[in-house]
Design a protein around this ligand. Structure first.
Ligand SMILES: O=C(O)C1=C[C@@H](OP(=O)(O)O)[C@@H](O)[C@H](O)C1
Ligand SMILES: C=C(OP(=O)(O)O)C(=O)O
Length: 411
């Protein structure tokens, strides 16, 4: 098994980090640009494997589309291949075939897609067999499992002969990702109406306009650098994260607010954000419904700083790259962290006991965010990260960037 030993950092740092581009924005732009018939219009596309996979599959005539472990690629391409009438088998890693897709398949079938499950009802692999518009222009779709189904349907909605009225039912998670989808669609010329009180989005039938479009830097990837500053023992440590926008399409930009309670001040510099250290709060309560990908980052900081953290809105973590709640519970325990569900209404409490440990080795569960969330603990002590190559999913240059601050050795 490949492992990295990250040596404890004792020196201070004032460094610039050139952040990667957002895979979420990239994967939307690629689908929308393809639907617009655009050619080389997109710039600053992500190096993330999820985005490289999207590009490869959009350009391929193969009958099998293997998305590997990319959720957005699976969900967005299923809708794209369905509406464009392509016959494809959609598949991915064993974990991808354990991540639910029934809500999206039901919605696409209602619109007129012919889709068969290859093995298990409700899960990939899928066979897409064609599209005959059913005449339905009003859909209800659950919002509590993954917003990616809703984004996938919205992006194809303008191509439906009568457009679409999409009514979201139940709780809505990851709403900023749906707003990101709508804002990117608007950039490519689409009119829509979103009534958030009734959770109803109306998209008339219309054509996308192919336009030049540049992808922003990734706020989810930025979160790990907030941890680096939060855990540095040097009061004058600072980082400038290059390429981040002040008014981002990405909901994970809320990391600036969360981390202001955990000891990091962030200021816009015109070319990104500068992070410096400030005093932290004594405890924190946060609802992660709108920013599930930040939960691992925040748990690690809170545990390392021994700040009691109450979390809500983390149910969707169970159906991501791994069961992230289980993975967090298991790995945080190695540094004394106890993450427990304290009420049946999905409220969790993270507290940390003083335990003795030496060079903890963190398992990464085929999950890029486990590796990147735990790596900054090297600001406090030596740590080992197992299977570090998982970071390629969203941030292939993560270890190279981290080596500007941390001495990293392959063992
Ligand atoms: O639409 C997107 O780009 C994403 C939506 C979120 O998923 P869910 O909607 O399943 O929470 C997020 O966790 C994922 O990393 C990216
Ligand atoms: C959940 C994630 O991605 P996806 O659902 O697109 O696989 C993620 O990047 O944290």
């Amino acid at each position: 098994m490949k492992k990295l030993l990250l040596h404890k950092v004792s020196k201070s740092f004032q460094t610039e980090i050139p952040l990667p581009s957002s895979k979420s924005e990239s994967n939307r732009a690629l689908i929308i640009n393809a639907l617009a018939g655009g050619k080389d219009n997109l710039s600053n596309l992500a190096e993330a494997r999820d985005t490289q996979t999207m590009m490869r599959l959009l350009a391929s005539d193969d009958a099998v589309a293997d998305v590997i472990d990319a959720g957005t690629t699976m969900r967005f391409l299923t809708a794209y291949f369905a509406i464009t009438g392509q016959q494809k088998t959609m598949t991915g890693t064993p974990r991808m075939c354990d991540r639910p897709i029934g809500i999206l398949v039901d919605a696409l079938r209602t619109l007129g897609a012919e889709i068969e499950y290859v093995k298990n009802e409700g899960y990939p692999p899928l066979n897409l067999k064609g599209f005959n518009f059913s005449g339905n222009n009003h859909l209800k779709i659950r919002g509590d499992v993954s917003s990616q189904y809703i984004s996938a349907i919205l992006m194809i909605a303008p191509l439906l002969p009568e457009g679409l009225v999409l009514e979201i039912t139940g709780e809505l998670g990851s709403k900023p990702y749906i707003e990101m989808t709508l804002q990117q669609m608007a950039c490519f010329g689409i009119d829509f109406k979103a009534d958030w009180a009734s959770k109803t989005i109306t998209v008339p039938a219309q054509k996308y306009q192919a336009i030049p479009y540049a992808i922003e830097s990734d706020w989810s990837g930025a979160s790990y650098w907030f941890t680096v500053v939060a855990l540095s023992e040097n009061p004058d440590a600072s980082l400038e994260l290059l390429g981040l926008k002040e008014n981002s399409l990405q909901g994970d930009s809320v990391v600036t607010q969360i981390m202001s309670h955990l000891g990091v001040k962030s200021e816009y510099t015109g070319r990104g954000f500068k992070l410096t250290k400030i005093k932290e709060a004594e405890s924190l309560e946060w609802d992660f419904t709108n920013c599930p990908d930040l939960a691992q980052t925040i748990c690690v900081v809170a545990s390392a700083k021994n700040i009691p953290l109450t979390l809500t809105g983390i149910e969707s973590l169970k159906v991501k790259e791994t069961d992230r709640i289980f993975a967090l519970q298991t790995e945080l325990a190695k540094i004394g962290g106890k993450l427990v569900e304290i009420e049946t209404n999905h409220k969790y409490l993270l507290t940390t006991d003083q335990i003795s440990f030496d060079k903890p080795a963190f398992h990464t569960y085929d999950d890029h965010r486990m590796a990147m969330a735990f790596a900054p603990l090297a600001l406090s002590y030596d740590v080992i990260i197992e299977e570090p190559d998982v970071v390629v999913k969203s941030y292939p240059s993560f270890w190279k960037h981290l080596s500007a601050i941390v001495e990293i050795e392959e063992i």
